[in-house]
Write a protein that binds this ligand. Structure first.
Ligand code: ANZ
Length: 859
């Protein structure tokens, strides 16, 4: 049923077709099929209270268009949507209003979903997921338990931001310039018990895997730098006062060993206490405490003024036995390499700045082809003032020095990664609870010794342990049969004053008795456990928001499976997404974490491919009309709902794709959307007359003229290629050319009319569907097979000309058939290889065989 309107009334047409697609389930994805599959994935949104912003429909229009296009090409398509719904703003709203985060989340999701439907996005809503739904996070918890069992999860004391005034842990984004965002109170670093995932075990695989991915180069480069593989050496320095100890440093430049003028230990380095002279101990302790209040990021900043203190102790340079003073300074991080460096101020920027601040000697040991470039000189060059190594290229010297040190057992070649293990816990309410219980080492031993225990195959080879209130505890997993472990109800979403998460308020949930054989639990109620039961305390940390988004694309394939994360047959059919579209702000962490989990799931046999996202595309940021970032304070925010009300969803969709290349950053332009709206109204008029009937121009039996057919087939070809390559703006330009042709001729054929609608449908599906129906075709237009172009209709008026000099091939040119002899000859002379062959020669004759060859005869 079409809509009854004479003019292009999108406010009637669009809702009509949106409910048609939903009721008809037009875009249903079959679980398995004989058809080839096409899975296009959007980065799922955080359902914030603010609703959709204009950046959402940009990427989502591209993916929706691609899905519609691929369906017409005969694919079984999957285009799902869900909600990355755990998150800080929802928790803060809960703290402020007392409203349960789950109900806020549900409201926000409803609003988001309605907004997405208004845009004509036909997601596979029967596969919708929500990371905060216990049916979903059961499997997030399950993956964590696999990581735990395989020794990839451990507990460590790690520094977090702590605000004494608010007595709470703060996230990085809640700390601004060393003050709490809320209340502007000072914050400090404080070590808390945290879960950590051993992503570093996967560093090499994550690096190697990048090579085969069809990703933007910049994103691959960012991942590579984040993993940060450095080739270098560990060098052992003897200590003047501690003959039994050595000071080992990591350096990427062993070739600068002769230029070392001081050493630096990180303030946390274990040798500091032993090395520091008594008269300096108090001052160094104070320095150390100040350093503890800074984050690694802050300490590593090159621009920061350098601070440090001399310990009074000396090391011995293994290459020349020089005495080197040892300093403590916070620009050296305990978390990288060995936590100690040999400083070469002549060839390292930070060492140079430090040496200048503290007036330490600077010794040049690398030069450039006999020259002495300005210091610090950090590039490679030739070695100077380096004894027997003088004049060697630094790369060669590096290898020779490593070999020499190795021979004397004073060093060895090593590789270091910047990548750190992943701090995987938060002291928050609104996150996945860890499916972990803590028991005493004695009870753990009893559990391990019980053959009939449900825990038998769930424990890591080495127990995961931690200290709580001064006593040791061992981690026991919640058995998979008892998952999901839901969040407890709490009275306050405020963190506990001791830095534990709000989960610590739920006393009945926290203190339990655990049945050794079955894994059953019940509240401890202050009682001692009965025989067969042991006392346990639940983990109160929750997982970070990253957890749920690490694997969601797998769950869409099999969202209601209660027995497995994903069923094997479905996984074999759907594999991983064929295309992933989302913002470049996720270029590092989300993509790296997801790749880590996916590779792990591959290693334990859950998935068939080692990489989750073979093809990735980032949509560009849309700026305000003033060319600035959209922001409430600037008042330049474009609200999708207003645009839809004024122009319709089709106009918004098309305009978002017409703004410029999808990947480009581009400003919004209100005049531009007017242009698109005109194009849609003009399309309507070519098909529907002012009475609301089919336009008499469209004739079933009409034979289109050659020019019309040429434009049409060019359009089929261009639009098909452009959709495939996500070049929607140029596809639209071509459709405009095609429409102009249709408007110009007196009549055009029904086939042409239908083909044009099919090309338009992926981007402007409502109007295309409406006109398709009014032409008497059954909905949906998406079910009609995609048109293919007829090459013979596109007779090119370009010809290829061969260019010769003295009969030898020197180039070729694509030119219009009608080109004049003068033009082709002068154009030919500008070709690189032609010009070089004409240089210093005189032309005797210029021959042009029209449409074929230019030949210059020279001597
Ligand atoms: C001597 C040297 C001379 C260095 C020179 C550089 C240039 P990447 O490439 O990032 O791996 N370094 C080592 N451990 C450190 C730590 N824990 N904190 C701060 N700096 C550390 O950098 C490795 C270089 O960073 C190492 O090589 C070391 O300085 C420094 F002309 O050693 B180099």
């Amino acid at each position: 049923m079409a809509v009854n309107c004479k003019d292009y009334d999108f406010s009637q047409i669009e809702p009509h077709w949106q409910s048609f697609w939903a009721n008809d389930d037009t875009f249903h994805a079959d679980d398995v099929s004989d058809k080839p599959k096409y899975y296009v994935l959007d980065m799922f949104p955080y359902p914030s209270g603010a609703g959709l912003h204009i950046g959402h429909p940009e990427g989502y229009t591209a993916s929706d268009a691609l899905k519609r296009f691929k369906k017409s090409q005969g694919y079984n398509t999957l285009h799902p949507m869900g909600w990355d719904a755990f998150g800080l703003p929802t928790e803060q709203y809960a703290i402020k209003t007392g409203q349960h985060p789950a109900s806020t989340t549900a409201q926000n999701i409803q609003r988001f979903r309605a907004q997405l439907e208004q845009l004509g996005f036909t997601y596979n809503w029967d596969r919708e997921i929500n990371t905060t739904d216990p049916h979903y996070f059961k499997w997030t918890q399950w993956i964590f338990l696999q990581l735990f069992k395989h020794g990839l999860a451990y507990v460590d004391e790690k520094p977090v931001w702590w605000c004494p005034a608010l007595s709470t842990v703060l996230a990085n984004e809640e700390v601004i310039d060393g003050k709490s965002e809320r209340g502007d109170h000072p914050v400090e670093r404080r070590a808390l018990r945290q879960w950590v995932l051993r992503i570093t075990t996967y560093a090499e695989k994550l690096l190697e895997g990048l090579d085969d991915l069809d990703w933007p180069d910049s994103t691959r480069r960012l991942q590579k730098n984040w993993i940060g593989k450095s080739h270098g050496a560990e060098v052992d320095f003897a200590l003047e006062d501690l003959p039994d100890d050595t000071l080992t440093v990591f350096t990427t430049r062993p070739d600068t060993l002769f230029g070392v003028t001081y050493m630096v230990l990180a303030p946390e380095h274990p040798l500091v206490d032993a090395l520091v002279k008594a008269d300096k101990a108090a001052a160094i302790e104070q320095y150390r405490q100040a350093a503890a209040r800074k984050s690694d990021l802050e300490r590593a900043e090159t621009a920061k003024e350098k601070t440090g203190m001399f310990t009074g102790a000396y090391a011995i340079n293994p290459i020349n036995n020089e005495r080197i003073p040892i300093w403590v300074a916070d620009y050296v991080l305990m978390s990288y390499g060995t936590g100690a460096i040999m400083a070469v101020p002549a060839h390292d920027e930070r060492d140079y700045a430090f040496a200048q601040t503290f007036d330490l000697p600077i010794k040049r040991v690398i030069g450039l082809k006999g020259k002495e470039p300005e210091l610090p000189f950090v590039a490679e060059g030739h070695m100077l003032h380096s004894g027997e190594y003088d004049h060697l290229p630094s790369a060669e010297g590096k290898q020779k020095i490593i070999a020499a040190l190795q021979a004397q057992h004073r060093g060895k070649a090593t590789v270091n990664y910047k990548l750190r293990d992943w701090l995987f816990s938060r002291q928050r309410y609104w996150g996945e609870p860890f499916p972990i219980m803590w028991v005493t080492p004695e009870d753990y031993a009893a559990l391990v010794a019980t053959d009939t225990s449900v825990f038998k195959n769930l424990l890591p080879e080495q127990a995961v342990t931690c200290n709580m209130h001064g006593s040791p505890y061992c981690a026991v997993p919640v058995p998979p049969g008892h998952l999901p472990l839901p969040l407890p109800e709490v009275e306050s979403y405020q963190p506990s004053g001791s830095g534990e998460s709000p989960l610590a308020h739920a006393q009945d949930w926290l203190h339990i008795h655990l049945h050794i054989a079955t894994g059953d639990t019940r509240p401890a109620n202050g009682q001692s456990p009965e025989p067969g039961w042991i006392a346990a305390q639940r983990e109160t940390n929750t997982m970070p928001q990253w957890a749920g988004s690490c694997w969601y694309y797998l769950r869409y394939v099999d969202p209601r499976n209660t027995d497995a994360l994903i069923g094997t047959a479905k996984e074999r059919y759907w594999g991983t997404p064929d295309l992933y579209i989302g913002g470049a702000e996720h270029a590092v962490l989300h993509l790296l974490y997801a790749r880590f989990w996916h590779r792990f799931l591959f290693d334990i046999g859950v998935v068939q491919d080692p990489e989750p996202f073979k093809k990735l595309f980032h949509q560009g940021i849309i700026l305000g009309e003033d060319g600035e970032k959209m922001s409430k304070s600037r008042g330049n925010v474009v609200n999708p709902e207003t645009i839809i009300a004024d122009y319709g969803a089709d106009a918004l969709r098309m305009y978002l794709m017409f703004l410029g290349p999808l990947a480009a950053m581009k400003p919004w332009n209100t005049q531009g959307i007017e242009g698109i709206a005109r194009f849609l109204r003009k399309t309507w008029r070519e098909y529907i007359d002012t009475e609301g009937s089919l336009n008499g121009k469209i004739k079933a039996q009409h034979q289109d003229d050659a020019e019309t057919l040429k434009v049409l087939h060019e359009t089929i070809k261009k639009v098909t290629d452009d959709y495939e390559g996500l070049q929607f703006n140029t596809a639209i330009s071509q459709m405009m050319i095609c429409l102009n042709r249709l408007a110009k001729v007196e009549q055009f054929s029904r086939t042409t009319a239908e083909t044009f609608l099919q090309l338009l449908a992926p981007l402007a599906p409502h109007i295309a569907e409406e006109l398709w129906q009014r032409m008497g075709n059954p909905a949906s237009i998406a079910n009609a097979p995609w048109p293919t172009h007829d090459a013979s209709k596109i007779v090119s008026d370009q010809i290829k000309i061969i260019i010769q000099v003295n009969g030898k091939l020197r180039g070729e040119l694509q030119v219009p058939k009608s080109i004049s002899k003068e033009d082709i000859l002068s154009l030919a002379k500008t070709q690189d290889r032609v010009a070089s062959n004409l240089a210093d020669k005189s032309i005797v004759k210029e021959i042009y065989v029209p449409g074929k060859i230019v030949n210059f005869v020279v001597k």
